[in-house]
Design a protein around this ligand. Structure first.
Ligand code: KG4
Ligand code: ZN
Length: 342
């Protein structure tokens, strides 16, 4: 099945062609970073307008690179939330028209399911049950999957997302937008032991993340003594270690309790070098295989949406016409797909 995958949830316009949820024939991402960088963050209205301008050429390019035409496409998958509502509206309206015009199924995909399915592109895929750490600009969650389409959120953030705090601390330190990757690089030159950030004390939840305290502490440290390049690198290294330590803190216990057979990390922050190294060490200790997508599949892209759409179609497909009435939702909750299948 040849699936077109479209994502316009934030500031990247993405379209991909994927065969059977596994083989990427093309994956075109048009970044808007240059448009938003002078504002230090994504401006929703500018993002939506740019999606309108670029979605047709991006789709044409994806078809061209895949060596196929629209008449070869068997289904259209699209992110319908969560994200910026104006941006989502562009992608969903475009995908609906395309699916309706071609007479093929339209498959709405939750953005987090998309990130998770970046690890299912290719031949070597995670074994169920799989524990997913999804870390992006808007989310930090541990999600257990016992089979395709069965999602159970085990741990989530009570305040900021990990990517968000990377970006905010980086912005304060004068690094370019989006700051996560720049802070990651700077941290390679610093001493992670120079500033101690304790794990937050969270009561009333079995598992939960909280990053806003670490963020505020890092910003205050920088404002107090951030002038020297050496201090900046030490702060970046210590802050990055605090975020990564917290992200991985519950993983051993959850894997033991749930008897998960694999651990998979996805989302933009999965590109973080320390997170990858520390997760590798942890998985080695636990004897559990680790899955992390290549960097270009960590950040937003259409291939992960096409992959998730393909597997969702296997779970609950065949009667897709009602989805032509779908409307996007900025705060969409992650729901399982029917009974799933394994
Ligand atoms: O998944 P994504 O492309 O978009 C969302 O769905 O949010 O993630 C983007 C986020 C940004 O916050 C970006 O700074 C962060 O991922 N990011 C990183 C790294 N690469 C991207 N954060 C830390 N270290 C990195 N190497
Ligand atoms: Zn994302």
């Amino acid at each position: 099945m040849l699936m077109l995958g479209i994502d316009t949830s934030c500031d990247d316009t993405s379209c991909a062609v994927v065969e059977d949820g596994q083989k990427i024939l093309s994956n075109v991402v048009s970044s808007q970073t240059d448009l938003h960088s002078k504002y230090g963050g994504v401006v929703p209205e500018i993002a939506s307008r740019r999606h309108v301008e670029i979605i047709v050429p991006v789709t044409e390019e994806a078809l061209l690179q895949a060596g196929v035409t629209l008449s070869d496409i068997d289904g259209v998958s699209v992110t319908h939330g969560p994200g910026l509502i104006g941006a989502l509206l562009v992608g969903t309206s475009f995908a609906k028209s395309l699916a309706y015009g071609l007479g093929v199924p339209l498959i709405p995909v939750h953005h987090l399911a998309g990130h998770i399915y970046a690890n299912f592109l290719g031949k070597d895929v995670p074994k169920f049950p799989v524990l997913n750490l999804v870390v992006s600009g808007g989310h930090s969650e541990l999600i257990l999957m016992k089979s395709h389409g069965h999602f159970r959120i085990v741990c989530q953030t009570l305040d900021d997302a990990a990517g968000e705090v990377f970006d905010k601390v980086a912005r304060e330190m004068g690094l370019p937008f989006p700051g996560g990757p720049y802070l990651d690089e700077l941290a390679e030159f610093g001493d992670p032991g120079s500033i101690f950030f304790p794990l937050p004390k969270i009561e009333g939840f079995e598992y939960a993340y909280s990053f806003s305290g670490i963020k505020t502490r890092a910003i205050l440290e920088f404002q107090a003594k951030g002038e020297s390049e050496e201090f900046k690198a030490d702060l970046a290294a210590s802050f990055r270690k605090a975020v990564v330590d917290q992200l991985l803190h519950p993983v051993k216990e959850v894997i033991d309790k749930t008897e998960a057979k694999s651990f998979a990390i996805s989302g933009g922050v999965a590109a973080n070098m320390l997170l990858r190294r520390e997760a590798e060490a942890l998985c080695k200790e636990l004897g559990v295989p680790l899955y992390v997508p290549p960097p270009e599949l960590c950040t937003d892209n259409g291939a992960m949406i096409a992959a998730a759409g393909f597997f969702k179609y296997q779970c609950v497909g065949r009667d897709m016409n009602e989805w032509l009435y779908l409307s996007p939702s900025a705060g969409l909750e992650l729901e399982s797909w029917g009974d799933g299948y394994s």
